[in-house]
Write a protein that binds this ligand. Structure first.
Ligand code: NI
Length: 179
């Protein structure tokens, strides 16, 4: 395992369409996921997509530990490896909430997302995943899967009066816990 550098917005590698994974349960795929887990844990992230470490594959990981200092009030999301995902919105409802991104450090913005989604895909062994979720879980999945189509959350912000620096918007979040 090794800690990988997280690419920041402005890097053209974050704007690519990621390629589907073709081979499962391979040493290379397990090594990628181990690196992603270590990198996400080191910065208390709620999720990480392979393109954020420069790997152009449709692989995301997400999930909240028992206590994530970045999101102390957020509901738990199971630790998940999701590969080759497909998201289907269930109904027209959207909801807004604040998001940050490890590739956009120091900033937060209000982003509209589908309220309720079904997502499908496979895990690192090729076993199917099929879940219907809402709220924060649905938001995390939509945010991470956006990284696979070259979208960063600021591209989804509609109201830039609710976009800014974390230290100004949320002064109670310490610098050490910011992104
Ligand atoms: Ni992100």
């Amino acid at each position: 395992m090794s800690l990988r550098d997280i690419l920041k917005m402005g890097d053209a590698r974050l704007l690519r369409m990621a390629e589907p994974v073709q081979a499962f349960d391979t040493p290379a795929l397990h090594a990628l996921i181990a690196d992603m887990r270590e990198t996400m844990a080191a910065v208390n992230g709620a999720g990480l997509a392979a393109p954020q470490i420069g790997v152009n594959l449709q692989v995301v990981i997400f999930g909240s530990a028992a206590r994530n200092p970045r999101y102390p009030d957020r509901p738990l999301v199971p630790q998940t490896v999701l590969i080759n995902p497909v998201i289907v919105p269930l109904g027209p409802d959207e909801e807004e909430d604040w998001e940050g991104c490890l590739s956009v450090p120091g900033l937060r913005g209000v982003v509209p997302r589908w309220s309720r989604i079904r997502y499908t895909g496979v895990d690192e062994r090729g076993q199917p995943i099929d879940r219907t979720v809402d709220g924060f879980h649905a938001r995390v999945v939509q945010h991470e899967c956006d990284h696979l189509i070259g979208k960063l959350y600021p591209m989804r912000v509609r109201d830039f009066s609710r976009f800014g620096f974390t230290e100004i918007l949320f002064p109670q979040i310490s610098a050490a816990e910011d992104d």
